[in-house]
Design a protein around this ligand. Structure first.
Ligand SMILES: NC(=O)c1ccc[n+]([C@@H]2O[C@H](COP(=O)([O-])OP(=O)(O)OC[C@H]3O[C@@H](n4cnc5c(N)ncnc54)[C@H](OP(=O)(O)O)[C@@H]3O)[C@@H](O)[C@H]2O)c1
Length: 265
């Protein structure tokens, strides 16, 4: 493994810090320390990563101070960091680097991946988006990002915001709909496990043939009677009924424009 010269101090002890910390470790990037506000969480993550732990505002020096805290806390954490020549970046897809305050070298390092508790994620093929305020920040962030992943792209804020929005459409909403589908099944004494194979196969199919080919279902076929029956079944669930009706309308608009307007949204 290539031994790295660009060092990182990781600030945060949540999901991003956990997965990114392990990915940096695997890539051979020196992690000079893990910093957080909760001493116990700092101890736990720093022990896993085999580095020192620090309680904020104590922050060990490194080429890159990488802030992996909740979006709303990024600005206040950045204010606690040393000024000077160090590069400071955060990991949020939804925020610009100006949130890091008036400093010379700022940036963003955003993995396009949903990171949950569990085993350390393999980020080596996950797209990492870099946005840097200047040449020094770019050099440091690109170096670290390329060590972690083979897919690094540079995107400015507006494009990142669009990408973030599309990630919510493509990855967050379907998961919530899966939760609601599971709830409806459980309420009738059926196991949500029954639709898990379908869920897995759909995501694989979309990757294989693309969403145009992968889409099936009553709205895609234009089966209005089935849609009406489903809407009737959802009479006691007004919010879910609206969501079902709106999504069906969108699909009908795309594939059966003459059949639109059957769902009283
Ligand atoms: N998880 C994902 O799927 C994902 C994907 C892409 C990007 N991101 C980005 O990664 C960043 C971190 O998200 P996450 O998922 O790791 O969140 P998380 O698991 O909820 O962890 C949040 C971290 O922020 C710390 N924190 C919150 N407020 C703080 C404050 N005022 N001062 C110091 N530390 C504070 C928390 O410390 P305590 O534990 O002490 O509360 C915790 O370490 C966010 O910018 C998010 O947009 C996340």
């Amino acid at each position: 493994m290539k031994r790295h010269s660009t060092s990182v101090t990781l600030i945060g002890t949540g999901r991003m810090a956990f997965h990114l910390g392990h990915a940096l470790l695997r890539a051979g990037v020196p992690v000079n320390g893990v910093c957080g506000r909760d001493a116990e969480k700092v101890r736990d993550l720093s022990a896993q990563l085999g580095c020192k732990g620090f309680t904020l505002p104590e922050v060990p020096a490194a080429d890159l101070l990488l802030i992996a805290v909740s979006d709303d806390a990024i600005a206040s954490v950045a204010k606690q960091l040393p000024k000077g020549e160090v590069v400071v970046a955060h990991t949020s897809g939804a925020q610009g680097h100006s949130i890091l305050g008036a400093r010379g070298h700022r940036g963003v390092l955003w993995p396009i991946k949903s990171l949950s508790p569990g085993k350390p994620a393999d980020l080596s093929r996950v797209p990492l988006v870099v946005d840097a305020s200047d040449a020094r920040a770019r050099e440091v962030l690109m170096d670290v990002a390329r060590s972690v992943s083979g897919k690094v792209v540079e995107l400015p804020l507006e494009k990142r915001r669009l990408l973030h929005l599309t990630a919510v459409l493509a990855a967050n909403f379907p998961v919530f709909l899966m939760r609601e589908a599971g709830r409806l099944l459980e309420e009738e004494g059926l196991s949500p496990e029954l639709i898990v194979p379908l869920w897995k196969s759909m995501s694989a199919k979309v990757s294989e043939v693309g969403p145009e080919q992968a889409l099936t279902g009553p709205a895609r076929r234009g089966d209005l009677k089935t849609i009406t029956r489903h809407l009737e079944r959802l009479d006691g669930e007004p919010d879910l009924r609206r969501a079902y009706a709106l999504l069906s309308e969108l699909i009908l608009k795309a594939y059966h424009p003459r059949k639109r307007g059957i769902t009283d949204l």
